[in-house]
Design a protein around this ligand. Structure first.
Ligand SMILES: C[S@@+](CC[C@H](N)C(=O)[O-])C[C@H]1O[C@@H](n2cnc3c(N)ncnc32)[C@H](O)[C@@H]1O
Length: 384
């Protein structure tokens, strides 16, 4: 597909390749990368495609910059260049309305004269615009990320003007992120419009998501991913399952109806607040949540489980977590990974310690990019 920004934009690297070719390339990559684990090829299943290969993301972070002429704009970072932002006239990653939200925002904020963040000098005021959209309701939640907010009434004026022009924008928050680290994440948030919550539906389950909480970015494909996780877990009614790195509790809530109990563990308190609300809203009573670092939880908690699910960030599991998982010997371990190299690193240790990889299911969560998610089923046999 042709995109006016392809070649320079860091958002989609393979948009010009037909989606069917992208899937073939991703499958070949997974098969070749996993060779090092000695898996029989028939244990690597064909990649599950995303229903839509464009406009599929429910969350994007756009960066601010100013042109030499002084004009403020929003866009994505130039491929491989963290300090350079390319203006976006169109984007195939999120809803077609998004570029209009970007244009309106930069036009409104420009006359303030406040500087855009300089990603090299690490100074400035306007940093990111995070745009989240529910694929269920179509509603938007916007977070304007700034390093300081001396004139709150200016930001309130922006929020009022944005919702007047775009009624599908239901929530706007101002996020204060004064530190030098290049992130849109901060817990210091001021609500400018509405409730800071977005509602999504996956299968029969409803989810409430707050601005900082993790939620799979391809909503429709998340349901495909979670069904695969349930299949790989092979749940039995007497099972107690640990859902480690549980975010807003989505995986655990999918699994709960099939088992005796689920324990979700996550370090972000906002995600756990959402998870508890989500369990209540869906009438699921056999799930509990712990706000805790997974390493500390596995070290100190006396709770026991028959099966475990791990869905860590791209860095994978730290060695101490791998060791604690091995000590706990779950019958089945489902490892959900968005980074094959850290998965392979961790899987090597697990297979050297009595686990066997019984199957790997690639799921394409990120069309037009090189990323691929895998769901691996490992069973503890204790036979080395
Ligand atoms: C890839 S997301 C998975 C979320 C969830 N399983 C889902 O599908 O929506 C990883 C999650 O791990 C959490 N996390 C990262 N490091 C952690 C740690 N050391 N202990 C507990 N949670 C952690 C993040 O906040 C994030 O919610």
């Amino acid at each position: 597909m042709f995109c006016v920004h392809s070649g320079e934009c860091g958002g989609c690297q393979s948009i010009e390749q037909p989606y069917s070719d992208q899937l073939v390339a991703k499958q070949a990559y997974v098969v070749s990368a996993l060779q090092v684990l000695g898996l029989p090829p028939e244990n690597i299943f064909p990649v599950l495609p995303s229903e839509s290969s464009v406009y599929y993301r429910n969350k994007m972070e756009f960066a601010f910059a100013r042109k030499p002429t002084g004009e403020l704009y929003l866009g994505l970072k130039r491929r491989g260049v963290f300090w350079d932002v390319i203006p976006l006239s169109h984007c195939y990653l999120q809803d077609p309305v998004t570029p209009y939200l970007l244009q309106f925002t930069s036009d409104y904020l420009c006359p303030s004269g406040l500087p855009a963040w300089d990603y090299r000098k690490r100074e400035g005021v306007f940093r990111y615009l995070m745009v989240r959209q529910s694929k269920t309701t179509g509603h938007f939640l916007i977070s304007l990320v700034v390093s300081e907010a001396q004139n709150m009434s200016f930001f309130e004026g922006y929020a009022a003007a944005l919702v007047a022009k775009f009624p599908q924008v239901k929530s706007i928050v101002l996020t204060l992120q004064p530190t030098s680290s290049d992130t849109a994440f901060s817990t210091d948030m001021r609500v400018l419009v509405g409730e800071p919550i977005l509602e999504e539906q996956l299968g029969a389950l409803k989810f409430s998501i707050s601005p900082t909480a993790f939620f799979q970015t391809n909503t429709r494909q998340a349901a495909v991913l979670y069904n695969e996780i349930v299949k790989s877990l092979n749940p039995e009614p007497e099972d107690v399952v640990m859902d480690l790195y549980c975010g807003t509790g989505t995986i655990g809530l999918y699994v709960a109806p099939y088992v005796s109990a689920v324990i979700g563990v996550e370090e972000n308190p906002a995600s756990i607040e959402n998870a508890i609300q989500n369990a209540r809203a869906n009438g699921i009573a056999n799930i509990t949540f712990e706000v805790e670092n997974v390493r500390r939880f596995l070290k100190f908690s006396k709770l026991q489980a028959t099966k475990m699910i791990v869905d860590p960030p791209r860095d994978g599991l730290i060695p101490k977590v791998v060791r604690r998982v091995i000590e706990r010997k779950p019958k089945t371990l489902v490892y959900v990974s968005c980074n094959l190299s850290t998965f392979i690193r961790d899987a090597k240790i697990l297979t050297e310690s009595g686990f066997e990889i019984c199957g790997v299911q690639p799921v394409d969560m990120f069309p037009n990019t090189g990323h691929i998610e895998v769901v691996a089923q490992l069973r503890y046999s204790g036979v080395l």
